[in-house]
Design a protein around this ligand. Sequence first.
Ligand code: DX5
Ligand code: ZN
Length: 221
Amino acid sequence: MDIKIAPSILASDFSVMGETVKKLEASGADLIHCDVMDGSFVEPITFGGQMIKNIRPLTKLALDAHLMVEHPQTQIKFFAEAGADIITVHYKACNKISGGYLADTLRLIKSYGVKCGAVVNPDVPVEHIFPVFPLCDMVVIMSVYPGYGGQKFIGDVIPKIKKAREYAVSIGRPELDIQVDGGVTEENAAEIIAAGANVLVAGSAVFKSRDMAATIAKLKS
Ligand code: DX5
Ligand code: ZN
């Protein structure tokens, strides 16, 4: 499978976001990972649909909106209309509302013609989202607790990545995108890919490096 790198703009300087997005495209990034935080599901607040709308005309890359928000259904319209290509929502945010909320949210995202994905935190068994795999364009395994960039990769999630890929194969979706988000580095990327992930989010690894293109190429290989 092709490996895709999704740099997280959370780790970048928000005052020069337009330039950053163009640089990422020139550096070989495959998606732009946009960490949306609401100050409730996670402590910090980052940005909303306005950011997606403003960077949309600056790049052809897919914009990957990772919604770390309570009540994600209330936000889908804004991110879809702003131009997100994929919107991912957290199992934990959905499940606390009702059992059917996650599937309904994924269907709502699709109704806008936008790709959708479900996200599990490090302490949520991936089996909890098996029922929605058929609805998902991507599943996301968090390898840190959401809220902050620059955290250390939680190695315990490796078996979950394997289970996710095995289950995707078993339901006839061998090409399902499996994204790993948090603490991805040049050192652990090979292990994450070997476990079955094909989309790696990288915030600090890309933005703290001197040569973004070289780092993205190394993460892919
Ligand atoms: C964590 C975010 C991640 C994070 C990744 O809440 O969802 O996308 O920004 O950043 P690094 O790669 O620095 O862990
Ligand atoms: Zn993220």
